[in-house]
Design a protein around this ligand. Structure first.
Ligand SMILES: [Zn+2]
Length: 269
């Protein structure tokens, strides 16, 4: 991280303010500061950045005006930027089954690209994070806690986006991560109806992780795309079975508009 010299006066002061503002912006851009993160208290932050508190205040004012930082009762947070697309999409998704298909289709490409880039670009810090995520998946799998495993699943995918060092991939996917979380959890609930699926998903995550770990971009991309395609296919099967069940149930209840009498239905069931 770049350090700043103590600020002087006049035009030099302006440039230190500008540089401090730019530095904070860069932290948001590279994802080190995520939407919703609480900034350090002013005094501590000024020490970290090696600037005076008046300089820091001016710098924060600049990025506040740009909408990147917001004041809250607890202090200052990174504005919830890039999240506005989450809620409408989530509503759309729950209302239209087809959007789930579109979302997963989008992920075939993004996950492949992110995994390929991660295999080429991951550094030691990224690898350590990926390792933590795969260990968390294993631990949750052993414990059999569905929610934990679903969370660890999303965390692994986000770690891959981070390791891709592609800022567009990271921010778009982070913006969608609410959907990813809900999506994966919803899918999980359905997918876990089939016991073989849980083991398959875990093996797929491991394949992605191991290919990135050994720097094999092609294998990482293949594994990532195969994982999303598998999820998509498995989900389609579960949904189809569910739809068939609904039809059968409706039929057995006379579609709730039948002229059959209650007794008659009871008798026939
Ligand atoms: Zn996954």
């Amino acid at each position: 991280m770049e350090k700043f010299k103590a600020d002087g006066g006049g035009s030099k002061e302006d440039s230190v303010v500008e540089r401090t503002a730019r530095h904070l912006e860069e932290l948001v851009l590279e994802g080190s500061l995520a939407p919703g993160d609480l900034l350090l208290p002013e005094r501590e932050l000024a020490i970290r950045l090696s600037v005076s508190r008046p300089t820091l205040r001016l710098a924060i004012k600049i990025i506040e005006d740009r909408g990147l930082i917001r004041s809250v009762p607890e202090g200052r947070i990174v504005a919830p930027i890039g999240r506005a697309i989450t809620d409408p999409l989530m509503e759309l998704m729950s209302a239209h089954g087809m959007v789930v298909d579109d979302y997963l289709e989008f992920r075939y490409t993004t996950e492949r690209m992110a995994a390929e880039l991660a295999a080429r670009r991951a550094n030691d810090v990224d690898r350590a994070q990926l390792k933590r995520c795969i260990d968390a998946i294993d631990a949750a799998h052993e414990r059999g806690v569905e929610q934990d495993e679903a969370d660890a699943d999303v965390d692994l995918h986000i770690a891959v986006y981070e390791a891709s060092h592609n800022l567009v991939v990271l921010h778009v996917m982070r913006a969608l991560s609410g959907m990813l979380r809900t999506g994966i959890i919803e899918n999980r609930g359905k997918l876990f109806q089939r016991p073989q699926t849980r083991d398959a998903l875990r093996a797929q995550h491991r394949a992605i992780y191991e290919a990135i770990e050994r720097g094999d971009a092609e294998a990482a991309g293949e594994a990532a795309e195969a994982h999303v395609r598998y999820t998509h296919d498995a989900l389609r099967e579960v949904n189809a079975a569910e739809a068939r069940l609904h039809v059968s149930l409706r039929r057995s209840r006379g579609g709730r508009v039948s002229t059959k009498s209650f007794d008659e239905k009871n008798g026939s069931n």
